[in-house]
Design a protein. Sequence first.
Length: 105
Amino acid sequence: MLVNPLDCVVCNAKHDVIGRWGSYNAIACDKVTPTGNTLWFPLKNQVVVGAGLWVSEAPAKELTRGELEAAIASLQNRAAAAEPVSSGPSLSSLKAKLAELQKAI
């Protein structure tokens, strides 16, 4: 879903505004090649940038050691919370054990 759609001068589709340069709205369009190439349309107050890596999408992120450890701990905590908790011996077995001990005394 587009948050702030703007009609593209290049391909006549709607693209989201990725920023502003002065009074110009900047949009990323995959029809403009190569990635990062810029077309200025002063009468439309629009700048169209070639869409792609580092323009309209971020590169894949390598997780740091701390982030990996935090993810592992989170998954372990979630797994531990999902395991059923044993409530211990039943009430009737505790009463029977108490009765046996009382008889022994």
